[in-house]
Design a protein around this ligand. Structure first.
Ligand code: ADP
Length: 500
């Protein structure tokens, strides 16, 4: 990695300034009630980018009041669906116009590759808002025969004030997955950003107001989980919580929500997704896809293909090539073009990954390549590959959330099905085969919310995403996501003249 490591010592100056670094409450950028702030850091260097308000329970109260008022008094939920649609479409156009500025801010705050943000994530954000804009005027109830003599209908109504808590690995995309459907359905929102990545949400929210969003409909609070996040989950005036993050925190979120006012909760949590390379695989293609499935976004994906199961017939060839591919991976400044991997998000994640790497070696897995930090500054980790991994090793059970590929051998389809399913998680699975029967068998047998066959991380706005087991509750994206943000009201009218 010598060339890339040398480049790390001289970080590129980000081509963007921070314009907004406050809380957004009732359409105004404001300080925290306590006056407290905390720094957000550049993962390339660990240096401070800026300080943002440390929102806590009092700020959550202020934000919820604004959202409550905007919901109860309107105009948002009472606007015509077409008016709401036009605001969301104007917003998508504005984001598209500011594509590179938004992408650069995201890269600076998160260490994600600029090319990935500019070419994939911001365009995906735009697509998601256009998708949800399309739904606004297509949400409606049913007319039901009933047992008579009644006229029976359902109204699909917005649920109210939505609390949304998002993580740092895809700050913009998670914003779109949450805010898009909530707004399309006519709700108002208090969104808590992740403490590592508070900036991009503020920039796009400003554009959303420019597009015509009324004040108070979307409120953004930066702050920490146990204070601001917990206050949002416990709030008696919040009608729904949507959370993406770790399984451990998801349990707290659900508990706080239940203990307060039993608000419904959707959770998108951790994973330890299998990626299964079958005996008929074209090994070169399988290596490339398995590499992408694990290393994409510095390995910081809840659905990362983090258990690579390879059939014994192709195992040796696969291993050699997977190792060579990891060695080739271009790691460096995420603003530099042609890079494939930037730094991890922060020192905590960085240390955690290095600890898992040590645990892998100690438990007897073979370290094929990588295994250490890269450079001396920031949070870069060498692309790491372990072979000879056994199912009961920690590196095969826990979510590492870093660039660490663990390769396991299998010899029989039924065996790999059992092993793939032997996890508390069930977010996603990858299958690489050209045999239709194998594909169908695995698809039906794998207990996961998504099965990708001969592809991975395909994230269209239209495709539902969510977890089985301890990977979550509910689905985001696609039509399925709407029901998280709607109440169903049954309307039963007595008929005076049942004959008609
Ligand atoms: P990670 O460990 O990857 O940061 P978390 O699940 O802790 O994942 O964080 C995801 C989001 O959940 C962040 O916005 C974080 O602030 C928030 N969070 C953390 N702890 C709590 C909590 N006790 N209550 C509510 N939200 C929380």
């Amino acid at each position: 990695y010598t060339t890339a490591a040398a480049a790390l010592e001289e970080p590129i100056k980000p081509p963007v300034n921070v314009k907004y670094d406050k809380l957004l409450i009732n359409g105004q950028f404001v300080d925290a009630a306590s006056g407290k702030t905390f720094p957000t850091l550049d993962p390339r260097t660990g240096e401070v980018i800026t300080h943002v308000p440390e929102g806590d329970a009092e700020d959550i109260n202020r934000a919820v009041s604004a959202a409550r008022k905007a919901f109860d008094e309107g105009p948002w939920p009472k606007m015509t669906a077409y008016e709401r649609q036009r605001i969301l479409l104007r917003f998508a156009d504005l984001v598209e116009k500011h594509n590179d500025e938004i992408a650069a801010l995201e890269t600076w705050d998160s260490g994600k590759l600029f090319e990935q943000c500019a070419k994939i994530e911001v365009p995906m954000f735009v697509r998601l808002f256009r998708y949800y804009a399309g739904w606004t005027d297509k949400i409606h109830g049913m007319t039901i025969p009933g047992d008579g003599p009644h006229h029976v209908q359902t109204l699909h109504e917005p649920i109210g004030v939505c609390g949304q808590i998002i993580p740092w690995n895809f700050p913009l995309v998670m914003f779109a997955w949450k805010v898009g459907p909530a707004l399309a359905c006519g709700n108002t929102i208090v969104l808590k950003t992740a403490e590592q990545t508070p900036l991009s949400a503020l920039l796009v929210s400003k554009l959303l107001h420019e597009a015509g969003l009324p004040d108070g409909v979307l409120n953004i609070v930066s702050g920490f989980g146990p204070t601001a996040g917990a206050a949002l989950c416990s709030h008696m005036d919040v009608d729904k919580i949507a959370f993406t993050g770790s399984t451990e925190t998801g349990k707290i979120v659900l508990e706080l929500s239940a203990k307060s006012n039993l608000k419904p909760v959707t959770l998108e949590l951790g994973g330890k997704s299998p990626f299964i390379v079958c005996e008929d695989a074209d090994v070169d293609k399988a290596v490339e896809l398995a590499h992408f499935a694990l290393f994409f976004n510095q390995g910081q994906c809840c659905c990362a293909g983090s258990r690579t199961y390879v059939h014994e017939k192709v195992y040796d060839e696969f291993l050699e090539k997977a190792k060579a591919r990891a060695l080739q991976r271009a790691v460096g400044d995420p603003f530099k073009s042609g890079m494939e991997q930037g730094p991890q998000i922060d020192s905590e994640q960085f240390e955690k990954i290095l600890k898992y790497i040590r645990s892998g070696t100690e438990s007897g897995a073979t370290l094929e390549t990588g295994g250490d930090r890269l450079g001396t500054k920031g949070y870069y980790v060498q692309p790491t590959v372990f072979s000879n991994v056994k199912d009961d090793m920690l590196i095969a059970k826990d979510e590492i959330f870093g660039p660490v590929q663990t390769i396991l051998k299998f010899n029989e389809l039924n065996d790999v099905i059992k092993r793939a399913n032997n996890t508390r998680y069930g977010l996603a699975a990858g299958v690489f085969t050209s045999n239709l029967d194998t594909a169908n068998t695995l698809t039906r047998a794998l207990r996961a919310g998504t099965v990708w066959i001969n592809c991975f991380d395909t994230f269209d706005a239209t495709i539902p995403f969510g977890g089985y087991k301890m990977s979550g509750i509910g689905r985001e994206k696609g039509e399925y996501s709407l029901k998280n943000y709607l109440q169903v009201k049954a309307v039963v009218t007595a008929l005076k003249n049942p004959a008609w």
